[in-house]
Structures are given as C-alpha cells and as structure tokens.
Design a protein around this ligand. Structure first.
Ligand SMILES: Nc1ncnc2c1ncn2[C@@H]1O[C@H](COP(=O)(O)OP(=O)(O)O)[C@@H](O)[C@H]1O
Ligand SMILES: Cc1ncsc1CCOP(=O)(O)O
Length: 269
C-alpha cells in the first residue's frame, strides 16, 4: 500500500462542497446514542441538513432506504438498538444509501467492538472516530478512556489508512488535526479548538455531519473532509465568541449556520 503525505483540504474545494451540501439539504437517518440526540439534530439543522431519529425496528428499514444518508453511532449500544442498526445498514446498503459508522468507545468493551467489527464487514461509506477508536477498530490498540481518546490523531494515521484499505470506507480520524483518508490519498483539516472536547457530542455530531456530506457526494473523500473542516472552522470561530462550554455550544450552532462559501477565509482565520 503506497501512502502519500497528507495535504490540507483547499478552501476552494470546501466552498464547492458546502454549496452542494446546502443546495441538497440532505435527509439524514440518525441512529445515535441517548446522550447526543439533541446536539446532533441541532448541528445538522444549523449546518443545513434535515435530521430524523427513527429507531423502531418496524420503521428503520423503510426509512434507511429513502434517506439521503444513514448514521450509526454505538455510544449507548444495547441489543434492541443494535438490531435496528443492523437492519438500517442492510436496508441502506441494498438501496445504495451511504452510511457512516461512529465506533464510540470501541476497544475496551467487547460487546460494541464485536458489533462494530461485524458492521464494518457490510462496507460503510465512512468511518469517523477519535484516535483511540480508529486504532482499536484497526486492531492496533485497546481503545481510549471511555469515550475519550488517549492518543493524538497523528499516531492513528497509519491505522486509519489500514482501516480504509481493508473496508473500502473513507476514514476520518479526528483530534487536533483531522485526517481523512481512502487508504491512498489523505487530506488534513487543521481547524478546531480544544474547547470542543469540553462539550458533549461535538464528535458524535461531527459524524452525523460526515454522513450528511456523503449524501449524493461525487467525491466522498472531499465530502468527508469538508464536513470535518466545516465543524472544525465553526468550533474555532465559536471559541472566540464564547466564555466557556455553555456559551460555546450556542456559538458553535451559530457559526455552523453562518458559514458560507463566501466567508471561509474569515471563519477559518
Ligand atoms: N486538541 C484539539 N485541538 C483542536 N481541535 C480539536 C482538538 N481535539 C478535538 N478537536 C476538534 O473536535 C473534533 C472532535 O474531535 P474528537 O475529540 O477527536 O472526537 P470525539 O468527541 O469523538 O472524541 C475534531 O474534529 C476537532 O475539530
Ligand atoms: C458521554 C457519552 N457516553 C456514551 S456516548 C457519550 C457521548 C460522547 O460524545 P462525544 O464523544 O461526541 O463528546
């Protein structure tokens, strides 16, 4: 496997992807954990997508097949939710609907690790996780500290490339710099702020945004990188407007709403 040096996502590419995303306002079928339902829906709405949290096994296959994209997040996994997730993935795959996996806290906990290993055999379109999660899913680590990473994203880049190569997914490993790879080409998005790690759900909501950007995407690598860049820039900008985690959350939603192809230079400064 030959791997090139990461290159920063060009602002012109982000501008193009952002315009495509906003015009599409993709419908995103979200199966996520109980902790982050609200921030995930609000991040998608602020950014310009349409979230729907449909979880009943009786409804999931129908909805996954008509959504623009599906998110599977195993943060608070239990048997009923896992069964619904498996149905969503099967229906999405059969209908050609892209699906994204967020392997929250994979590694230390066998139940969710086995579940995610089984899910990735069904070929996700994208996988987004922190460094510990991506290394664990690639078989190169034991996981982090609960839902938090104990490594930097640089340390997980080889694992991300390997996972992308093995699964065919675009893999985004996030942290101080986000790396987005298809196993050969790697894009970097250096935006963001540590304050983002002090508000629950910023990572999980990013995965939902990744899913949203994959809907109808002509270039999935650029689509996933654009989602990471959009959230990182919004977080970086929001930090300057806020006084701590409480006001950050509102400022983050505001920034996601206001970010435009025309003001990327200002927001990313
Ligand atoms: N040390 C950091 N410096 C700047 N931005 C960060 C840092 N850590 C995380 N971020 C931002 O927070 C986002 C979510 O990252 P991460 O903490 O890896 O997710 P998770 O919540 O799943 O653990 C990243 O995409 C990045 O924009
Ligand atoms: C705290 C917690 N516990 C199980 S899932 C979850 C949310 C994690 O969200 P994020 O990693 O995006 O902050």
């Amino acid at each position: 496997m030959s791997a090139s040096t990461p290159t920063t996502l060009p602002l012109a590419t982000l501008a193009q992807e952002l315009a495509r995303f906003r015009a599409a306002c993709p419908l995103v079928h979200v199966l996520t954990n109980e902790v982050v339902q609200e921030i995930t829906a609000n991040v998608l709405l602020a950014a310009g997508a349409a979230p729907a949290m449909i979880v009943a096994e009786e409804e999931v296959p129908t909805f996954a097949a008509i959504a623009g994209a599906v998110l599977i997040n195993v943060g608070t996994l239990h048997a009923t939710r896992l069964a619904a997730m498996q149905q969503a993935v099967t229906a999405a795959s059969a209908a050609g609907v892209p699906w994204t996996l967020d392997p929250v806290a994979v590694g230390a906990l066998k139940y969710r690790t086995d579940a995610c290993q089984a899910l990735i055999r069904q070929k996700p379109t994208a996988i987004r996780g922190n460094a510990s999660e991506i290394m664990a899913l690639a078989g190169a680590g034991q996981g982090g500290r609960g839902v938090d990473s104990t490594s930097g994203s640089d340390a997980a880049l080889d694992a991300a490339r390997f996972l992308a190569h093995e699964t065919g997914a675009i893999v985004a490993v996030t942290g101080e710099t986000d790396y987005i790879t298809d196993g050969k080409t790697t894009l970097a998005t250096p935006w963001g702020h540590p304050l983002m790690t002090r508000v629950v759900g910023t990572g999980c909501a990013l995965s939902a945004l990744v899913a949203a950007f994959t809907a109808g995407a002509p270039n999935r690598l650029e689509a996933v990188a654009s989602a990471c860049a959009m959230a990182g820039m919004a977080g970086q900008y929001a930090q300057k407007q806020s006084h701590g985690p409480g006001s950050f959350k509102g400022a983050f939603l505001d920034a996601l709403y206001h970010i435009q192809p025309e003001n990327l230079l200002e927001i990313s400064a």
